[in-house]
Write a protein that binds this ligand. Structure first.
Ligand SMILES: Nc1ncnc2c1ncn2[C@@H]1O[C@H](COP(=O)(O)OP(=O)(O)OP(=O)(O)O)[C@@H](O)[C@H]1O
Length: 806
């Protein structure tokens, strides 16, 4: 639709809730003509799930019902919209518009696929909230835009958000997925330093929107992830295919997705209301859409040529479903019957206007030909007028720019005007080194030129009526083409581009455990709870800034599902936590990752508590925010989650903070989720004496000349770095007398602590080792390795045990 251009959001969201904490969401994408339905129980009183969805969709309109149905203690989605999305247009529709029965009928009629494929027809009563939201949303769109949605044209997904990895809104900020934090880890805020900005080399608006959507909701389906990874394998090993595809994609208009979906919306029959809303403009959009569609269809044979020999499933499937699809050639033939072959899509406004006026072949409509003549005459008169002014007023550098709003105007360099501008020139505006202006004569010619163009558009629309109806019959083919172009743009221009611009093997393909093991006991034991191992992983963004970025490993498994990382300030803890999460996200969007090797299990949800984000809710102290975020994690955690906690408990008294951190760790250790916990509290390493499934690591630091020398290297076990806080405080410029006093106090405390830790470690090491041996033996029991490999593994295990390397 014409008013959803550019990268502005194109989502209209209907929201409704009941008193049982259930929320129904219908998110309608006007650009892609798709509708995404979700219904879920809101788990927190601060609406974390709803906020996450709203952040994901970034709506331009939120539709809510007037009555407050929120459960006690919750503000209600309507107020949520007011508080957090004050700049987004809010529409309140009568409760009756949220009609679930009507929603079900609409979905049945409008969805491109049978609703049974969505699980809606049999059990829709259960999902009445999202259907009610859908009814209201569709009603608003049809009324507001003056359109009727074409039957069986909508791409409908159900429960969309939960078929994907869930990253809550706070974690999106903490991990700097979309935008860098104001106080970034690296000092000044820089737009380049978010994962989205790093990957945003897509060439189309649809491609970058798909990329954003993927980063906010990575995939969970291993088959789809692997299909993308297979595609990247092929692109990386076949340069001709990679460059060929990149080149062909550039031949498709940037706005292909929006235009292809234009045909899903059928304008209502002309009513006074619609006539009043610049009817000519609507006709112009239609003509421009047809020209864009022609340009896109003309590029399809080139795509077929490049993809003909592609091997991977994804590209072969695109070839089969799009390139070999007869429907596109048929549509192109129909377009050729009415539209002039030479007409091209143009971005320069006046060229585009001329192409649109001359789109339909000459001789098809007499009135159109007359309107064109008038358009040409007025355009010529305007150019003649400019020539006349150049000569009469001695203004050889007078230019005649055009924009859609103003029409033609004059642009005169300031330096060419000796004294005053002649009085004929009106509406004078300074614009850089030029003056922009008009004259009465130009204004009158502009009006005539514009109305001649408007007449052309309206007549053209009449000529295109049959063609447009024919195109609408195959609208699902156009939606498919739009989807495919966005996906290819993301994979080729973003993923493959990012990998290929790095030195060879900097990015590698992640492996996923789970699929192969999904049978019987092995699936149960290891499939869903397979290990997460990253060898020589790097931070995808920071490594581009630091030439000497130090890679680090991680290993999490059922036997060791928590890693506790200890290290002084500035040693690299927060960077490491971010790094692991970003690698998991990259892997689950189907991209290679910055690591030498990685084996991952699919993560359902990432939770982070990193303490760097400003609190959005007023009246919450740093500590309360920290506790609220932690409570949210604790209440929602389940086994395939990845939890990342940075310095929990630092915002209160040290004893309470330690107690909270310890008990949170104990709680998390009792679950199957994987947790990475970074802390300054060295005493927390004593957890290892009680829980064999926690692994302690530390960031290596040397002390040279009373200065900390950071190695950024993770090492096994805990290491006590004496007085690192004092050393850093000294560097920061605290007076030496203050430092001296502080040093005396801390040395007395820490000596005692260290001794106690050493005793405990020695005492509990054998228990730890026995536990790890047992776990590895269980793994070996279920492994499918041959006898020799098992023998070798047992040998290695024995060696590791003897040398205390477990
Ligand atoms: N692996 C690495 N290789 C190179 N430099 C790194 C690495 N990790 C971190 N750094 C550098 O160290 C700086 C500090 O890292 P980070 O903020 O992660 O430390 P921290 O231990 O979390 O500190 P604090 O405890 O004070 O929050 C980063 O800004 C980055 O410049």
């Amino acid at each position: 639709m014409e008013d959803d251009a550019g990268e502005r959001s194109s989502f209209v969201i209907g929201l409704i809730e009941n008193r049982a904490k259930e929320v129904g969401v219908a998110a309608f994408d006007l650009r892609l003509a798709s509708l995404h339905l979700s219904q879920y129980i809101e788990t927190s009183s601060s609406y974390q799930n709803t906020k996450t969805l709203l952040q994901f969709y970034d709506p331009m309109v939120i539709i809510v019902s007037p009555n407050k149905l929120a459960p006690d203690g919750m503000v209600g989605v309507s107020e949520l919209a007011d508080r957090f999305y004050a700049t987004v247009k809010k529409v309140v529709m009568a409760r009756g518009c949220f009609d679930d029965t009507k929603g079900a009928v609409l979905i049945k009629n409008l969805a491109a696929k049978e609703p049974s494929a969505l699980g809606l027809d049999t059990s829709y009563k259960q999902y009445y909230l999202c259907l009610a939201a859908a009814a209201a949303t569709i009603k608003w769109i049809e009324a507001e835009k003056g359109v009727i949605i074409t039957s069986h044209s909508l791409l409908v997904t159900f429960n969309g958000s939960f078929a994907h990895m869930n990253i809550d809104a706070t974690s999106v900020q903490n991990l700097e997925i979309i935008e860098p934090l104001h106080s970034t880890l690296w000092g000044t805020s820089n737009k380049k330093r978010s994962l989205l900005n790093m990957l945003k080399t897509t060439k189309t608006v649809g491609g970058s929107r798909l990329l954003r959507a993927n980063l906010l909701q990575p995939l969970k389906d291993i088959e789809t992830i692997n299909a993308r990874l297979d595609c990247l394998d092929e692109l990386m090993s076949n340069e001709q295919l990679f460059f060929g595809l990149a080149q062909v994609l550039s031949k498709f208009p940037k706005e292909s997705d929006r235009v292809l979906c234009h045909f899903c919306f059928k304008p209502r029959k002309i009513t006074n209301k619609v006539m009043g809303v610049d009817y000519a403009r609507k006709s112009q959009v239609l003509v421009s859409s047809i020209i864009l569609l022609k340009t896109a269809l003309d590029a399809l044979p080139l795509l077929s040529k490049v993809l003909k020999d592609a091997k991977c499933f994804l590209l072969a499937n695109v070839y089969k479903s799009v390139c070999e699809n007869e429907k596109y050639a048929a549509i192109r033939r129909r377009i050729g019957e009415v539209i002039d072959e030479d007409v091209l899509h143009a971005r320069v406004p006046f060229v585009a206007r001329t192409q649109q006026c001359f789109a339909v072949k000459a001789g098809i409509d007499g009135l159109l030909d007359i309107a064109r003549r008038s358009f040409c005459d007025t355009s010529e008169a305007i150019h003649n007028l400019a020539n006349k002014y150049r000569e009469d007023f001695k203004l050889p550098n007078l230019k005649l720019p055009f924009n859609n709003r103003k029409g033609f105007y004059f642009s005169i360099p300031h330096k060419d005007i000796q004294g005053k501008l002649p009085s004929q020139f009106i509406q004078v505006l300074k614009h850089g080194n030029n003056l922009h202006c008009s004259t009465l004569e130009l204004a009158s010619l502009n009006v005539r030129n514009k109305s001649a163009a408007a007449e052309c558009y309206i007549r053209t629309e009449v000529c295109l009526e049959e063609l447009v109806d024919a195109i609408r019959e195959d609208v699902s083919a156009l939606t498919l083409l739009a989807e495919v172009l966005c996906l290819l743009d993301m994979i080729v221009n973003s993923f493959a581009h990012a990998i290929s611009t790095k030195p060879v093997d900097r990015y590698t393909r992640p492996e996923f455990t789970g699929k192969l093991l999904l049978s019987g006991i092995i699936a149960h034991e290891f499939g869903y709870n397979g290990p997460m191992a990253i060898d020589a992983g790097r931070h995808p963004i920071l490594e581009t800034i630091h030439n000497d970025f130090v890679p680090n490993n991680i290993f999490l498994s059922q036997a060791s599902n928590m890693v506790l990382i200890i290290g002084p300030n500035m040693s690299g803890k927060s960077t490491y936590l971010q790094q692991v999460c970003l690698i998991v996200i990259l892997a689950q969007i189907g991209c290679y990752v910055p690591a030498r090797f990685s084996t991952l299990r699919v993560v359902d949800r990432i939770f982070t508590r990193m303490g760097t984000v400003d609190n959005l809710e007023s009246n919450s102290s740093t500590f309360m925010t920290e506790m609220k975020e932690t409570a949210f994690i604790m209440q929602n955690v389940s086994q395939r989650y990845l939890i990342v906690m940075d310095e929990l408990g630092r915002a209160t008294s040290s004893s309470d903070g330690f107690a909270i951190a310890w008990s949170c760790c104990e709680h998390l250790l009792s679950l199957k989720a994987y947790t990475i916990f970074a802390t300054h509290m060295e005493n927390l390493s004593e957890l290892v004496t009680v829980y064999p499934n926690v692994k302690i690591l530390h960031f290596d630091v040397d002390i040279k000349n009373n200065r900390l020398d950071f190695k950024f290297q993770l090492k096994d076990g805990a290491r006590h770095v004496p007085h690192y806080g004092l050393l850093l405080a000294e560097v920061a410029g605290l007076p030496s007398s203050v430092i001296e006093t502080a040093r005396n106090i801390t040395s007395r405390i820490t000596e005692k602590e260290v001794k106690r830790m050493e005793v405990n470690c020695i005492q509990y090491q054998p228990i730890q080792m026995a536990y790890h041996v047992a776990q590895r033996l269980i793994c070996l029991k279920y492994s499918s390795q041959d006898e020799d490999s098992i023998r070798e593994a047992l040998h290695n295990l024995k060696d590791s045990y003897i040398h205390g390397r477990l």
